[in-house]
Structures are given as structure tokens and as C-alpha cells.
Design a protein around this ligand. Structure first.
Ligand code: FES
Length: 154
């Protein structure tokens, strides 16, 4: 179950809305932050805390790509390979990340440091290629720049 601090955080969100279902998305974010991903147990905690059916919590969590339904590395790299990024070399960057950090798309590096997720456009086509690391945004990527950026994530 959530600790008292997290329960208070979710309850503070819940009281802002007339319908407790409106607090579901922010509560799922909190659960993912606390557990690292949305396991069955994590979704059960959200269900009990908001007094919502498990099926509704699971259905909502499984609809959105930003919610992780399996364990992830300590840091999640979300690299765009859509058209603008692809034209500017994103697929080579996928290979670079795979070779340098030992993580393939959809996987976790052996040391548990990184997960790599291939994304559709993340809205930075003008400064492609682009990626997110956890919630941090980076653009104008090169192999050297990625290496410098990822050194900051241990
Ligand atoms: S195509 Fe990569 S950010 Fe738009």
C-alpha cells in the first residue's frame, strides 16, 4: 500500500474534483513514480485509494503509452524515430545507444540503468532528432551529445 505521504498527496488531488475518477491519471503517475512501473499491486493501490473498480484503473492505465506495464530501468530513454528524426539520423542513434549502453528498443540494459523506448513524434521536429530521458527533454541529438547527456543519469 502507499505510505502516508503518498496517500495524502493522492487525497489532496482527489478533493480538487467533484468526481474521484478525475484523479485517476495523476494518481497513476504517482503510483508509477513510487513503484517504477504499474504492476498489478500498484494498480490495486490506486483502485483502493480512489475507491474505483480495478478494471477501470487497469483499463485506463493500459490505454496510455506513458504508463509502463512492465519493469523499466532506473532511467527511461524515449527516442523519437519518426520522419524528421529518422531523416536526421535517429536510427543510427538507436544503434549507438544499443552498442554503447547495451539496451535495445523495448528492453532494459543488463545493469538496470536504462530502458529504451522508441517513440512517435514528440513535437520537436524542427530540432530533430529528439528524446526524453525520464521527464527531461533533449533535442539536436548526436552520438556525442547523447553520450554527454546519458552520463548524467546513473
Ligand atoms: S519526428 Fe521526431 S520529434 Fe517530430
Amino acid at each position: 500500500m502507499f505510505n502516508e505521504t503518498v496517500l495524502k498527496e493522492i487525497n489532496d488531488i482527489r478533493v480538487k474534483y467533484p468526481d474521484r475518477r478525475s484523479a485517476l491519471l495523476p494518481s497513476l503517475y504517482i503510483a508509477q513514480r513510487e513503484f517504477g512501473w504499474l504492476s498489478h499491486e500498484a494498480m490495486l493501490c490506486v483502485s483502493k485509494t480512489l475507491n474505483l473498480p480495478e478494471a477501470e484503473v487497469r483499463g485506463t492505465a493500459s490505454f496510455y503509452a506513458m504508463f509502463k506495464n512492465k519493469p523499466v530501468g532506473r532511467h527511461v530513454i524515449q527516442l523519437c524515430t519518426n520522419v524528421s528524426c529518422m531523416i536526421l539520423g535517429a536510427e543510427k542513434l538507436v544503434d549507438f545507444i544499443g552498442n554503447k549502453y547495451g539496451v535495445q528498443p523495448g528492453g532494459i540494459s543488463q545493469d538496470g540503468r536504462f530502458s529504451l523506448v522508441i517513440m512517435e513524434c514528440i513535437g520537436a521536429c524542427g530540432t530533430a532528432p529528439a528524446m526524453l530521458v525520464d521527464t527531461d527533454f533533449y533535442d539536436s541529438l548526436t552520438e556525442k551529445r547523447i553520450e554527454e547527456i546519458l552520463e548524467g543519469y546513473k
